[in-house]
Design a protein around this ligand. Sequence first.
Ligand SMILES: Nc1ncnc2c1ncn2[C@@H]1O[C@H](COP(=O)(O)OP(=O)(O)OP(=O)(O)O)[C@@H](O)[C@H]1O
Length: 210
Amino acid sequence: MQINLSKLGKRYNYEWIFRNLTYTFESGSSYAILGRNGSGKSTLLTTIAGYNMHSEGEIAYTLEHKALAPDQAYRQLSLTAPYLELVEEFTLLEMLQFHTRFKPLRHQLSHLELIDRMELQRAKNKFVKDFSSGMKQRLKLGLAIYSDTPLLLLDEPTTNLDQEGVAWYQEHVAQNQEGRLIIVASNIQHEYSFCKHHLLISDYHNSSRK
Ligand SMILES: Nc1ncnc2c1ncn2[C@@H]1O[C@H](COP(=O)(O)OP(=O)(O)OP(=O)(O)O)[C@@H](O)[C@H]1O
C-alpha cells in the first residue's frame, strides 16, 4: 500500500490543524507522525484511515500498483487507538470470532493461536469488560497487528502497557512488519523506534505554512 497526500489540510470549525501537507508513505516502510500533545497526530492518522474527512487537498491510495478508491481503503487497514472501543459484552473468543468475520488473520492463524500470541490464554472465556486496561490494549494491538491488512495504523500503541507489554508490542510489530506500510502516531520513543521515517506535524501547522 502506498499513500500520497497532496496539499492535504484539515480544520475543525475555524481552526486549521494541519495544512499544505504533501507527503508519500511508501509500501513496506514504517513512519512515525511526531508532535506534542494536541498537535494533530491523531487527526492526521484518522484522516489517512478515512475515518475523518479532510478539508482540502487529496489522499490517493495505491495497492499493488493499482489505484484504490478512498471508500475501499478501510478494508485494507487496521487501526488501533485509545479512542476506539472494543465490544465489552463479548468474551475474548467471541471478540475474535466477530472481528475475523470482517478482517481475517495473517498467516491463517486460528483464534486460539492468536490468543496464544497475545498471551491471553487464561482470559479465553472472560468478558472483555472484565479485562484490565493493559489486557484490553494487548487485545486491540493483537487484532490490529495480526489482521491481514497491508496498512497498519497505530495511535499511541503502548497506552496502558507495562514494561513487559511494551516489549511484547515491540516484538510482535517487528515480526509483522514485512511488506506492510506501518504508521505510528506517538511522542514516546519506544513506540516508534523501529520507524525509519519521521513526519513532524508542526511542519504543517498553519503558522508555518510553506
Ligand atoms: N472532533 C473535534 N472537534 C474539534 N476539535 C478537535 C476534534 N478532534 C480534535 N480536535 C482538536 O484538534 C487538535 C489536534 O488534536 P489531536 O487529537 O489530533 O492531537 P494529538 O497530536 O493526537 O494529541 P495527543 O498527543 O494529546 O493525543 C486539538 O486542538 C484538538 O482539540
